[in-house]
Write a protein that binds this ligand. Structure first.
Ligand code: AMP
Ligand code: MG
Length: 426
């Protein structure tokens, strides 16, 4: 386990370009998670702690890829049909009881082990049953098949010693299948990050309660909790903090003792009731304050002191659309780094902009968009709805984000833009 230093995110500037903030994370953040051994069946979504090398061949033996007949290729007559006697059958998991002699044919089923032959030679070719004619105990084979047809070789999928998965990989279903195929039952993975999650604001109330004038329901926490859980984090839901510096400070101090990362939304802007920033600064330091992106400008990344090592603090914006955008573009890579995951940034796909747009220079904008298909089959991104930082409905109906770079001032309808689908990052 690597501990963070208090100045791990240190930076001098004011409004930080997103790429600079992400480079800082990549350079300065090391994993804080421990390691544990867990059953393979529970490892989906977990992060592999070290490289996995194949301890077995897959498949372990040559076997048939089809239902049909196994023969020696050299028994086939070139250019005309061959008739051979059928001497038995081999089902999957039931190897044939004796070596097969030249001139013999065997019924064989998919996955069944290719029979052993005489000396170094063995049946090496399998005909599909639909290509053959069975007449009592004799089978007629057509000409034209290749040697080794429909036979899977030992180790053709995985060979002993192959590097199967590298440390830092977030495990998917197919990865678990691969590990099961070499006989593995347990994996050494990173422990889940323990995350303390708060909302902030005197106006913010728990859904299910009555709203008094001026109050709103907390929508950020449920979204963040879902996003964090899908990243494999263990989330302590610590509720809503009042806009009160003392209460905020106490809650942060307490949570920092038992968590790997603290995350809140709201209270990080420049209003008099935005206390999170000052409290974090008072208990540690702030290294990033305000990203040059829209939505999502008010954001802090810092650390708070504890008796042990400093604990990172991520203060996300309060506005719900900004919360989701900053989570996906900034918090997510930070969390993956802290958790010990090693994966490339989400892929951006070129699509056609179905809208024109004017923007400020020097900040990156994320437009919530829906995708449709034009008459040529090309993908077109259109604005999902109103784009305000507080407009949640547009995020919900969007398929993803169109990313407009810092140096762009005007986007012409029809030009190519980068698109990040939500379903690759949620
Ligand atoms: P703040 O940065 O605290 O001033 O919050 C910015 C905006 O986001 C305000 O309109 C808040 O009411 C709103 N907001 C803050 N926290 C939440 C939350 N948890 N759920 C929904 N809206 C919120
Ligand atoms: Mg607030």
């Amino acid at each position: 386990m690597t501990q963070l230093s208090e100045d791990c995110f240190a930076h001098g500037g004011a409004l930080m370009p997103l790429d600079e903030a992400l480079a800082l994370i990549e350079k300065r953040v090391s994993p804080v998670s421990g390691i544990e051994t867990i059953p393979l069946v529970s490892a989906c979504g977990r992060i592999l702690a070290s490289d996995m090398i194949a301890s077995n061949d897959v498949p372990p033996h040559a076997n048939s890829a089809v239902d049909g007949y196994a023969v020696y290729y050299d028994d086939l007559s070139p250019g005309r049909d061959t008739v051979l006697p059928l001497i038995g059958r081999i089902a999957a998991g039931q190897p044939f009881h004796r070596p097969v002699r030249r001139g013999e044919a065997l019924r064989i089923f998919t996955g069944a082990m290719m029979p052993v032959g005489e000396g170094d030679d063995a049946p090496d070719t399998v005909f599909m049953q639909e290509d053959c004619q069975l007449d009592g105990t004799r089978v007629t084979f057509p000409s034209g098949i290749d040697r080794g047809a429909n036979r899977r070789l030992p180790g053709e999928d995985v060979t002993i010693g192959d590097m199967l998965l590298s440390g830092g990989r977030r495990l998917r279903a197919a990865d678990l299948a691969l590990m099961a195929a070499v006989g593995c039952t347990e994996l050494v993975v990173r422990t889940r990050l323990r995350i303390a999650l708060f909302s902030t604001g005197d106006e913010v109330r728990e859904p299910g309660t009555m709203l008094a004038p001026g109050q709103i329901y907390d929508s950020n926490r449920v979204a963040l909790r879902a996003l964090l859980t899908s990243l494999g984090c263990m989330v302590s839901d610590l509720g809503i903090l009042a806009d009160d510096p003392k209460k905020t400070a106490d809650a942060i101090t307490k949570a920092a003792r038992t968590h790997d990362l603290l995350i809140s939304s709201g209270g990080v802007s420049v209003g008099e009731e935005d206390h999170v920033r000052d409290v974090v600064e008072g208990q540690g330091r702030i290294d990033i304050w305000r990203l040059a992106i829209k939505p999502g400008r008010p954001l802090i990344l810092g650390t708070v002191r504890t008796d042990a090592c400093p604990v990172p603090y991520l203060g996300l914006p309060g506005n719900p659309a900004a919360v989701i955008v900053t989570f996906l573009k900034f918090a997510r890579p930070l969390i993956l780094c802290l958790a010990g995951a090693n994966e490339p940034p989400p892929r951006l796909y070129p699509v056609q902009a179905g809208f024109s747009h004017r923007k400020k220079k020097q900040r990156r904008e994320y437009v919530r968009c829906v995708l449709s298909t034009d008459t040529n089959g090309g993908l077109v991104a259109k604005k999902a709805g109103r784009q305000g930082a507080g407009i949640l409905s547009a995020v919900s109906s969007a398929d993803g984000l169109v990313e407009l770079p810092e140096d762009m001032q005007y986007l012409k309808c029809g030009s190519t833009v980068d698109f990040m689908p939500f379903n690759e990052v949620e």
